[in-house]
Design a protein around this ligand. Structure first.
Ligand code: HEC
Length: 110
């Protein structure tokens, strides 16, 4: 019985992992064209613009930050000039799939 539960848990874990990889990094690459203006084509960032390096960031973290910008958890305070530049960019990612796809692409950047 316990063994079956362990197998079931492993199956669920495998499913969730493959689900995460279902994000479409090729589509993300197209979306990233906009981001490259500030974060650079390789995601190395641009200090003069206050845009941090984002290359290789884990997708789950990028998704969380992009959603924070979209919902105003980040970048809503008028004194937060850098956050205010980024927030409208995150809002351009219309769907959760767009967010997941661009995050998947960013994770592949070195
Ligand atoms: C107009 C310039 C600009 C563009 C275009 C831009 N960003 Fe940003 N981004 C910034 C700035 C500035 C910050 C820093 C915000 C802060 O200090 O809170 C930032 C922060 C971020 C962060 C948070 C990093 C961290 O360590 O928490 C992520 C993720 C991010 N950007 C992703 C993107 C993505 C994806 C796109 C394209 C859809 C994009 N950015 C387009 C300027 C830009």
């Amino acid at each position: 019985m316990t063994k079956h539960l362990v197998l079931a848990a492993a199956a669920i874990a495998a499913f969730s992992a493959s689900d995460a990889f279902a994000a479409d990094a090729d589509h993300g690459k197209q979306l990233y064209a906009t981001c490259a203006a500030c974060h650079g084509p390789t995601g190395a960032g641009n200090e003069a613009l206050g845009a941090p390096p984002i290359a290789g960031m884990p997708a789950w973290y990028t998704v969380r930050q992009l959603n924070n910008f979209k919902t105003g958890v980040r970048g809503a305070n008028p004194k937060d000039t850098h956050g205010q530049q980024m927030a409208p960019m995150a809002k351009m990612l219309g769907t959760d799939d767009d967010v997941a796809d661009v995050a998947a692409y960013i994770e592949t950047l070195k």
